[in-house]
Ligand binder design. Structure first.
Ligand SMILES: *Cc1c(COP(=O)(O)O)cnc(C)c1O
Length: 485
């Protein structure tokens, strides 16, 4: 048995700073006063804030310990399906911290922002090339924001045609943000079921697509980690009724350099820089959800747009059909620098290899754990694989019991109970970042837990044991959170 990363741990208790506070203790030494004492003016008197009084070491230890309670991709494997928790290369941070980028001011004007504009322009071109589209906006702040932007463009497209449409088709394997984004734009989501093989059947779409339907939102690869191989036929059906195809490209990590969505019938697609392009997910920075479009939707792109004229770059806003602004200035620039650094450091071949490796790793896990966990859709997967707890149910062990126990083995649990089409889903996405040895440790941990499910289910239902807090009553934890160390 391979030594698991989570079998030993020094979990320190941490009191609140107020509990550690001692009157008169101070983290700084001020020089001796050499001016006359003066009283504070009225506005500064009154209640002195209740700040804890601590030494420098108290403060350093407190925050260092808190930082160690965190789990991130720099700590260990983070196999959260649908989230692409890949490694965030440190070179991205170095590039984003360069003075010229980090201190660029959005009001400096085009003339003084040529480097930043060039980076944004080039990033748009690279993303357009990778996805097979004409034009890209980098403004949206996240995937869901990209969906909203795309839906607003579809809405504007039908408005311009003179007949607005009221519905949009959304498969049961779509990400939950899809129907929400569509509904925000006033479209009624029409839910359709995938076939028994986990992908869409063109006939199902043909049966619901009509001239009051704006189109379809397809997550491809879908949330089961399967490639929608009928996508071209489906796009033809939707287009034949005058509709448009929205592609949710959050799972582009599986198909970079292999499939160009713009060439297989997709009209508008969002990407997640914080998934596919290695920028941090929250915490380390905001997200970014660029949207790529073909010629038909290009006039509706948000403003400003970055253009190149001769050898200089500028923002333009005189686009009469634009949906307007959807973010202040031009989105999250620091994130764009990181994604750009990633693309340049990988190169075209590197990006292609990334996708191949992500798919290989997921299939390796799928094959290795098949039989240990139930695999509802037993076919080659893309970047993630979806199991469930059907086998463990015999011992009254559920997905959440196994996910909690994984914490004891030193792994962040995978995504659980999503996608909704799989009852008790356990969805693993290793990404290309993990080595075979790390993946094997994860596989061994899941196998060991499956063994515990048979031999000592009683104990497993109480897991985790080695974490700061053990099994919580989740409802109480959510309703009455206790934020004290
Ligand atoms: C993550 C994800 C989204 C939403 O992206 P956010 O950046 O979290 O808003 C949408 N669709 C799919 C398939 C996703 O995996």
């Amino acid at each position: 048995m391979i030594q698991q990363p989570g079998t030993s741990g020094l979990v320190l208790n941490e009191a609140l700073l107020w509990d550690k506070s001692r009157d008169g203790r101070c983290a700084i030494s001020l020089p001796k006063q050499d001016v006359d004492r003066a009283t504070l003016d009225d506005s500064l008197t009154g209640d002195i804030p209740d700040l804890p009084q601590l030494s420098e070491l108290d403060v350093v230890r407190h925050y260092t310990r808190l930082s160690q309670w965190n789990f991130g991709v720099d700590t260990g494997m983070y196999p959260l399906g649908s989230c692409t928790m890949k490694y965030n290369p440190k070179t991205n941070e170095v590039q984003a911290a360069r003075k010229g980028f980090a201190e660029a001011h959005p009001l400096a004007g085009d003339e003084f922002s040529q480097g930043s504009l060039k980076l944004m322009y080039n990033l748009e071109r690279y993303l357009a090339e990778l996805t097979g589209f004409e034009a890209v906006t980098l403004q949206p702040a996240a995937g869901a924001h990209g969906e909203l932007t795309g839906m607003l463009m579809m809405h504007a497209y039908f408005a311009k045609k003179g007949k607005q449409r009221s519905k949009i088709i959304i498969p049961d394997t779509a990400h939950g943000t899809n129907p929400a984004s569509a509904a925000l734009c006033g479209f009624e989501p029409i839910n359709v079921k995938s076939g028994p093989d986990g992908i869409l059947d063109p006939e199902t779409i043909a049966a619901v697509m009509d001239e009051d339907t704006a189109g379809i939102m397809v997550t491809n690869p879908n949330t089961l980690g399967l490639f929608e191989s009928n996508i071209k036929k489906i796009a033809d059906i939707v287009h034949s009724k005058g509709g448009l195809v929205y592609g949710d490209g959050a799972n582009m990590n599986a198909i970079m350099g292999i499939v160009k969505p713009g060439e297989i019938g997709i009209d508008v697609l969002h990407l997640n820089l914080h998934k596919t392009f290695s920028t941090p997910h929250g915490g380390g920075g905001p997200g970014s959800g660029p949207v790529a479009v073909g010629k038909r939707l290009e006039p509706f792109l948000p403003v400003p747009r970055v253009v190149k004229e001769l050898d200089s770059y500028k923002f333009i806003t005189d686009c009469p059909e634009t949906i307007g602004k959807i973010h202040t200035f031009y989105g999250h620039f620091g994130i764009m620098v990181r994604a750009y650094a990633y693309i340049l450091s990988m190169g075209a071949k590197g990006l292609l290899d990334t996708s191949r490796l992500a798919v290989l790793s997921a299939n390796y896990i799928k094959e290795s754990l098949k039989g240990t966990l139930n695999l509802p859709y037993d076919r080659p997967c893309m970047h993630e694989c979806v199991f469930n707890d059907e086998i463990q149910q015999k011992n009254h062990i559920t997905t959440v019991d196994m996910a909690k126990r994984l914490l004891d083995y030193g792994f962040h649990p995978p995504t659980i109970y999503f996608p909704l089409v799989v009852h008790g889903a356990f969805m693993v996405e290793p990404t290309e970042s993990e080595s075979k040895e790390d993946i094997d440790q994860f596989i061994d941990a899941v196998k060991a837990i499956a063994k515990e499910a048979k031999e000592d289910p009683e104990k497993l239902r109480k897991a985790p044991f080695r974490t700061k807090v053990t099994r919580l009553d989740e409802v109480t934890a959510a309703r009455k959170p206790c934020l004290k160390g």
